[in-house]
Design a protein around this ligand. Sequence first.
Ligand code: X2X
Length: 339
Amino acid sequence: MSFSRRTLLKASAATAVMGGIGAPLVARAQTAEFTYKYANNLPDGHPLNQRAKEMAAAIKAETNGKFDLQIFPNNQLGSDTDMLSQIRSGGIEFFTLSGLILSTLVPATSINGIGFAFPDYDTVWKAMDGNLGAYVRGEIKKAGLEVMDNIWDNGFRQTTSSTKPINGPEDFKGFKIRVPVSPLWTSMFKAFDAAPASINFSEVYSALQTKIVEGQENPLAIISTAKLYEVQKYCSLTNHMWDGFWFLANRRAWEKLPADVRTVVAKHINAAAIKEREDVAKLNAGLQQELAGKGLTFNQPNVAPFREKLKAAGFYAEWKGKYGEQAWELLEKSVGKLS
Ligand code: X2X
């Protein structure tokens, strides 16, 4: 059935129910042919969701209403672990997930999170929009998921705590820290002799509030938009890893779209990622002051001793072995020698 016919039938059914007096014959220009769900774990106020809304409107306009992207922020459809299984089964069509968490399915995708590998954003975007990112996307596709070209920024991660600032690696000893569900995170904080607990982001605020854990680590944009400052006292600018979100699609849902619709959808998603990167960078620049005003005490430790500690614990050698020569070489070509 064509849209116009379906729309007309719907409209006339409504007319019948309403008694047909004065009811408009055609309520809407066109009913969407494809209504796809995009779910994520971030608060509505985070730039990722702001840009996603803009992007959804642009896609709708350019497809003349054919494609309707519905956004479900803030773990409305479940934790990352739940959403990862939904994107695989087709329960949701799109999902943004940290490569580190995606590594529970596709081991190579955590590679950008290796501790203290990336010094700055220039290096990050060169690598992730270049050969390292292409390699990782290839691995994701081999595992049966689709992925858009441009990774979205989560950011450089900082450590917060309700008990003490982190000044050097020795402060991590015995530290009860929440980490996302990912072997790389657990491994890194174990190498610091901390006590990492794997907890989905949906549970982080309450885990901090009830002191199940002392601290957590996240970029400032998340510490701010998820209001973690309400339940934390210290923020140590450890910059210990860079994390980003891959924009994933369920393969069957993606392939069901006509090629021209796919092109429009991908174009707007990738353009939104570039804007979101700029938003997060700008936001982070002003956030330290703002968060200090909200009661967080900041410190900026020297990162060299942290890196030394990881090296001495065999962390880099272990992960080089896990990723293999090819992937490790791509990483070191971007960031310099690590092991
Ligand atoms: O779970 C987290 O800490 C978050 C929001 O940063 C990720 O998605 C990895």
